[in-house]
Ligand binder design. Structure first.
Ligand SMILES: NC(=O)c1ccc[n+]([C@@H]2O[C@H](COP(=O)([O-])OP(=O)(O)OC[C@H]3O[C@@H](n4cnc5c(N)ncnc54)[C@H](O)[C@@H]3O)[C@@H](O)[C@H]2O)c1
Length: 374
């Protein structure tokens, strides 16, 4: 078969980002099979879905995901829905033999994540969690250099992820404020990203100690009534890694002035890295092996042909953007599907992240250090 027929569930923010990726991926990357944008499915009104599918190039649209995952003309299901529906869609898709890529956080809690992993393993499908930030070339380069021992033994992994879209108390109630819908708020949304990067770059977490807060307790719903906010506006935690490193993770939707500010600092015995999502083509690198008189952070422009993913794009210095990370993610996923290979982060990686997220929430509730379950 020359093609992989895609069904995407969820047609808003991530639906747009993933659609853009499927539209472009085979133009820029050599894939064993070409993705066919077969059907997009969402709960939006028909005029929205019609315009959406024409704009992005989906052949059909649908509103019922159960119908979609049963179709014989679908090979891959891409889940871009709100968190409560990740588990049922992924499990049903796996049972129907579809390969699954699912947006992060993998689920609302580790019990759901485990159910998803078991269903995927039983069905023998290719599965992936859509942590696109692993596919930023600068992050992939940091991973390569860490594996080469360039910064030695990692001592600290510090991450901040700041947004400010909830500062206005009049901002309306959405699914992200409801713990039943999201599993958590800023935590599952933003710490899920930084934790996935921590597990990728620094290894597994052993124990955590955290605090969570809801600053605005009620928000106006569509009918004008006030609804209680049950999902955290901000979560801070510290972590001890299995390799002995210490970590800190700050995630807030109340960081006034910060729109989507994710910054990592990784300090090792021989050097360190700093990454700032707002300057995603750059990686700051300090090496103790430089001569004393030359020591200082160097700013690597990660746009060389030899850097991860860049061969598909432009000449050196011609920068890429946020949307390219989704194209890289989809390229890696589709290659793995075609070759019948594993790809990371898979549902087991998603489960490991979710176990840490759950432990932080336990810690915030009990005000104690919590060890991560095996
Ligand atoms: N990777 C990233 O950087 C990133 C960024 C934002 C969101 N996300 C994740 O992506 C997912 C979606 O977030 P979003 O911002 O696109 O949300 P959104 O609210 O903009 O869109 C959710 C979509 O899911 C659809 N949907 C919900 N339940 C459904 C159901 N039962 N059947 C069919 N469609 C259903 C809605 O119709 C809508 O199209 C979340 O899990 C979120 O955490 C990831």
């Amino acid at each position: 078969m020359d093609n992989l027929r895609i069904a995407m569930i969820g047609t808003r923010f991530m639906g747009r980002a993933h659609s853009n990726a499927y539209k472009d991926v085979s133009t820029y990357f050599d894939l064993p099979q070409t993705p066919i944008m077969q059907v997009a499915c969402g709960l939006e009104p028909e005029d929205y879905l019609k315009e959406f599918s024409v704009r992005f190039g989906w052949k059909e649209y649908e509103t019922n995901w159960e119908k979609v995952i049963e179709r014989d003309d679908i090979d891959v299901v891409d889940i871009c829905t709100s968190n409560a529906s990740h588990m049922p869609i992924a499990v049903a898709a796996a049972k129907n033999g579809k390969h699954v890529i699912c947006e992060k956080p993998i689920a609302r809690n580790s019990s759901e994540a485990k159910t998803m992993l078991e269903a995927a393993q039983k069905a023998g499908i290719t599965h992936m969690v859509a942590h696109n930030y692993r596919r930023v070339p600068a992050i992939a380069l940091a991973k390569q250099l860490i594996d080469e021992g360039k910064i030695g033994t990692i001592r600290h992994f510090n991450a901040v992820y700041y947004q400010d879209w909830l500062v206005d108390p009049g901002f309306p109630f959405v699914w992200r404020h409801d713990i039943k819908e999201g599993g958590s708020g800023a935590h599952g949304d933003m710490s899920a990203h930084t934790l996935d990067l921590a597990l990728y770059l620094c290894g597994n977490v052993e124990a955590v100690n955290g605090a969570q807060e809801v600053f605005v307790k009620e928000r106006p719903s569509q009918d004008g009534s006030l609804k209680p906010v049950t999902a955290d506006d901000a979560t801070y935690f510290i972590a001890r890694f299995q390799n002995g490193a210490l970590g800190s993770f700050l995630a807030s939707r109340f960081a006034t002035g910060r729109k989507n500010y994710m910054r990592l600092e990784v300090f090792g015995s021989e050097g360190s890295f700093v990454f700032n999502l707002e300057r995603l083509n750059e990686l700051e690198y300090f090496s103790r092996n430089d001569r004393d008189i030359e020591q200082g952070y160097r700013n690597i422009m990660v746009t060389e042909n030899s850097h991860p993913y860049i061969h598909a794009w432009w000449p050196p210095g011609h920068i890429i953007g946020w949307e390219h990370t989704f194209i890289h993610e989809v390229a890696d996923f589709l290659k793995a599907v075609s070759r019948g290979e594993d790809v990371h982060p898979n549902f087991n990686d998603g489960l490991q992240t979710q176990l840490v997220l759950d432990a932080v929430m336990d810690s915030a509730r009990t005000e104690k250090w919590i060890k991560i379950k095996a």
